[in-house]
Design a binder for this molecule. Structure first.
Ligand SMILES: Cc1cc2nc3c(=O)[nH]c(=O)nc-3n(C[C@H](O)[C@H](O)[C@H](O)COP(=O)(O)OP(=O)(O)OC[C@H]3O[C@@H](n4cnc5c(N)ncnc54)[C@H](O)[C@@H]3O)c2cc1C
Length: 499
């Protein structure tokens, strides 16, 4: 089939799903007003693939039937293929200004990681599981599926162990498949996705076999419901809430009640070794894609800071120039890091392809080291370092700059309705216009900044940047275990040993 249009995507959402949002059961999300902005943004995303100019940058030919499919599924084993992929990811992420973490290419990249490790990791005991994952990746690619995902166990009482968390587990197996009950979080994009992927994250230990699982199902599967947070889109104009009304992806708890998953959609069932080694083995398409998104947002937010300085007449003020200058420097670093990530993922892809057929490859060795998600100690890990440290840190930095520069201008704004009211329109022009710009233009920039850092949408963005790839302390622990620490200590020993 190949790439879908926006209209085909919208039609696909009319599937009778069980989505609870703000206390209401919404079966048809295409008729639920607060979700219309995000559905429109995603439909535009799908339509862009049919733009003749973009199609060559966004797609490649499916090896199955030659139809154009998103190059977020491309296995990049050469610098040329990687360059094609990076160009597509960059344009796509920047079409939503880096403000949507979960356009479908995020999960497409994730499924590509999984497909690459499927034969020798998921299929290490029973090759059928590896084949299921590859077939599912092909299905998502060739049918242009929009996926949501849940990796994390629900958090009730943090003092209790995972067995008491209520996390999804296998409750029954049959010849046809598995039955699962429990919950998972945090399913971003669930309200407007086609399918749900449930994957591995925190390692499972002996005795937790029923919790070692990975599978995928359509969102509208019997026994599955989503309890979503209320939408931040409230039907305001896009002048008043330029981001909340367009890019609120939605977040949800996924609840499974004796839900049936056919075997062909099961990738891990009770196999702790496969479960625990999945994430550390990924070549890194997910990380690269997420980092390109982080870079896109940094570029956009830097531009926003600069526009703010312009409209308040402080672009020539040294303090403002210094703040913007530092952000531009951070953008240079982001470019260098994305280049390094791309090289790393290309090398790892070649490595994983070789492992797929290497009789000497021993997954048990990896399993012993696999401490947590995203990377093993000892491997080069630029993509994860960028994802877990650089992107959240620069996001915090840029948000600070926006707040420092904006100050009261972020708060004392006017609405589109104010500008349309003849009683006050002249006052607004007289007292709120900016440096060479009308009041409306100045307020528009400030409202954008406000929505980016301080509304419900902006606040969620900030939390998202810190936690979307998991607890940052876990990443610090992972890097702590790197053997590089001993190399660095040895440098100190060398100096101390000098005469
Ligand atoms: C907006 C948003 C969207 C997300 N989208 C998705 C998604 O689509 N799919 C998905 O699978 N996940 C998603 N996540 C990630 C995920 O759901 C979790 O938020 C993430 O893994 C962190 O877990 P947590 O929220 O329970 O925080 P915790 O792990 O509890 O961390 C909270 C704090 O407690 C500290 N802490 C944790 N354990 C300990 C300990 N033992 N001792 C001392 N301190 C500790 C942490 O360092 C941290 O500072 C998303 C997260 C956010 C915020």
């Amino acid at each position: 089939m190949g790439i879908r249009t926006g209209q085909q995507y919208i039609e696909g959402l009319k599937d009778g799903r069980s989505l609870y949002i703000a206390g209401e059961l919404v079966r048809d999300v295409t008729a639920y007003p607060p979700l219309q902005g995000i559905i429109r943004s995603l439909a535009e995303h799908y339509d862009a693939f049919h733009d003749p100019e973009l199609q060559s940058k966004y797609t490649f030919k499916s090896p199955k039937d030659g139809q154009p499919v998103s190059n977020s599924f491309l296995v990049a084993t050469t610098p040329e293929l990687m360059a094609q992929r990076v160009e597509g990811e960059t344009l796509r992420k920047e079409s939503t200004f880096g403000l949507m973490g979960r356009t479908p290419d995020f999960m497409n990249a994730f499924m590509t990681d999984i497909a690459m490790i499927a034969p020798h990791v998921l299929g290490h005991k029973d090759k059928q599981f590896g084949e299921n994952a590859v077939a599912y990746w092909e299905y998502c690619r060739d049918n242009d599926i929009c996926l949501t995902h849940t990796l994390v166990d629900p958090k009730r009482d943090y003092s209790k162990g995972v067995m008491d968390s209520g996390t999804v587990k296998i409750v029954k197996e049959s010849d046809a498949g598995i039955y699962v009950t429990g919950a998972r979080m945090l399913s971003t994009l669930a309200p407007v996705s086609d399918e749900l992927f449930v994957g591995a994250f925190m390692p499972r230990h002996p005795g937790e076999e029923k919790l070692a699982l990975s599978f995928a199902v359509p969102v509208a599967t019997e026994g599955l419901k989503f309890i979503a947070r209320e939408s931040y889109a409230r039907g305001r104009s896009t002048f008043d809430r330029p981001l909340s009304e367009r890019y609120d992806e939605g977040d949800a708890l996924a609840v499974f009640d004796n839900m049936f998953v056919p075997w062909e959609r099961v990738f891990v069932a009770g196999d702790i070794v496969a479960h625990n080694t999945m994430m550390p083995m990924y070549p890194g398409y997910l990380g690269l894609q997420a980092n390109i998104r982080g870079r896109g947002k940094l570029r956009f937010m830097t531009g926003l800071a600069s526009k703010m300085a312009n409209v308040v007449g402080r672009s020539e003020v040294q303090r403002y120039q210094e703040m913007i200058g530092e952000l531009i420097g951070l953008n240079e670093l982001a470019d260098g890091l994305v280049t390094a990530c791309a090289q790393e993922v290309t090398e790892r892809s070649v490595q994983e392809l070789a492992r797929q057929t290497d009789p000497k490859f021993d997954l048990q060795d990896i399993a012993k080291q696999a401490m947590t998600a995203f990377g093993s100690p000892g491997q080069s890990n630029v993509a994860m370092a960028m994802l877990r440290f650089f992107v959240p840190q620069v996001n915090a930095k840029v948000n600070d700059v926006i707040r420092l520069m904006g100050s009261s201008s972020l708060v004392l704004t006017a609405t589109e309705a104010d500008f349309s009211n003849p009683d006050i329109a002249d006052d607004l022009e007289r007292y709120m216009s900016g440096a060479g710009v009308s009041a409306r233009e100045r307020v528009q920039v400030m409202k954008l900044a406000w929505d980016a850092v301080a509304t419900e949408f902006g606040g969620r963005q900030e939390i998202y940047e810190i936690f979307f790839a998991g607890d940052p302390a876990l990443a610090q622990q992972l890097f702590y275990r790197s053997p590089k620490r001993f190399e660095y200590e040895a440098m100190v020993d060398k100096l101390l040993a000098k005469d």
